[in-house]
Design a binder for this molecule. Structure first.
Ligand code: HEM
Length: 335
């Protein structure tokens, strides 16, 4: 029995390696010789941008996650649609990704191309910008291994089924995360990203205006919170930009308040609030609500794991000259 399990393990190894790139392909000091200015240039521009536009941190974190779970952390979410077709960025779920996040990447890439041409990948830029911004708004610091290449395929049609949506039941959330080799605990941990940023009223309007035939308001919502949201979103169908903070108590700070909010019925999205109603996820919500260190440690490990998901190296990718176009992109009508 032990022997056959061992053989099975050997058989599976190459496939497992395909899912999460082994750390040996990437390294901590990848740009040390080829672009010694890498870290300082990144830090300077990120700080400037975040000071000028404080919603950038949340925007980048969401862009990074949406990039990684669709075909790996390969910056294919940055590719603009062109004559060849509609790209990941234009999939319906990605249309709400904020311009400030994309703007930051353009600034970083421009500066790095001047300092060290054709050297730093957009995928590494996105991974490091995400880490630096999480830390800058109060979250944990973690290691980002470098050497990702930029992906060569970006199709809007590849996105569906890889990204969770707010009215999915917990079973479905667990299944989507499991399809990325992420555990139930990692689902709860990574959802803690909603400690920053905001959501448009349309993403939770059903919970406050037309929940079901007997109640307009989702009974799992704190009643005062629900009334405040109804007021805020009263005209959301006309004012489509109306949004609420994901963490109403400490919206710009990366902390464990998200989990305390869930305990108080103040989770904004149905998928947030559901995490405390399900016996598989509730223990982690309670743990993180009372222990921020446990949350930070787990978040750092989980996002580090995400940042290695299906990473491209060697000939499987390229170093793009600009982050919104493949190097071999044919000119479009507009350009
Ligand atoms: C568990 C399933 C999840 C669902 C259903 C979900 C859904 C959403 C939705 C609907 C929004 C609002 C978008 C808008 O209206 O503009 C949002 C925002 C956000 N999500 Fe998630 N999300 C999930 C997990 C995650 C994970 C794992 C991360 C990152 C690790 C993440 C990071 C963010 C961030 C940072 C924002 C705020 C974006 C901003 O302010 O620009 N989410 N999410």
């Amino acid at each position: 029995m032990a022997f056959s399990l061992y053989r099975l393990h050997l058989f599976l190894l190459p496939f497992l390696a395909l899912i999460y790139t082994t750390e040996s392909n990437l390294s901590k000091d990848y740009y040390e010789k080829t672009c010694p200015q890498f870290s300082d240039t990144m830090e300077k521009i990120i700080v400037e941008k975040q000071m000028a536009a404080p919603t950038t941190a949340a925007g980048i974190l969401r862009v990074f996650f949406h990039d990684c779970v669709v075909g790996g952390c390969d910056a294919t979410i940055l590719i603009a649609s062109n004559a060849q077709g509609s790209t990941e960025r234009d999939a319906e779920i990605n249309q709400s990704l904020p311009g400030d996040a994309f703007d930051l990447v353009v600034r970083l890439k421009t500066a790095l191309e001047l300092a060290c041409p054709d050297t730093v990948s957009c995928a590494d830029i996105l991974a490091v910008a995400t880490r630096n911004l999480i830390t800058m708004v109060g979250g944990p610091h973690y290691e980002v291994l470098l050497g990702r290449k930029d992906g060569l395929v970006s199709r809007a049609s590849d996105v569906e089924g890889h990204i969770a949506t707010p009215y999915m039941p917990v079973d479905k959330l667990i299944a989507i995360f499991a399809s990325k080799n992420l555990t139930v605990q990692e689902l709860v941990t990574l959802s803690g990203a909603h400690t920053i940023g905001f959501s448009h009223c349309s993403e939770f309007s059903k919970r406050i205006f037309n929940f079901n035939s007997t109640s307009q308001i989702d009974p799992t919502l704190n009643p005062n919170f629900a009334q405040a949201l109804r007021k805020l979103c009263a005209n959301y169908t006309k004012e489509t930009g109306m949004s609420a903070f994901n963490d109403v108590m400490t919206p710009g700070k990366f902390d464990n308040m998200y989990y305390i909010n869930l305990q108080n019925g103040m989770g904004l999205l149905a998928s947030d609030q559901a995490l405390i109603s399900d016996a598989r996820t509730k223990p982690y919500v309670d743990l993180y609500a009372k222990n921020q260190t446990a949350f930070f440690d787990a978040f750092a490990r989980a996002i580090e794991k995400v940042s290695l998901y299906q990473v491209k190296t060697g000939k499987d990718g390229e170093i793009r000259k600009r982050c919104d176009a493949f190097n071999n992109a044919k000119p479009t009508m507009a350009s």
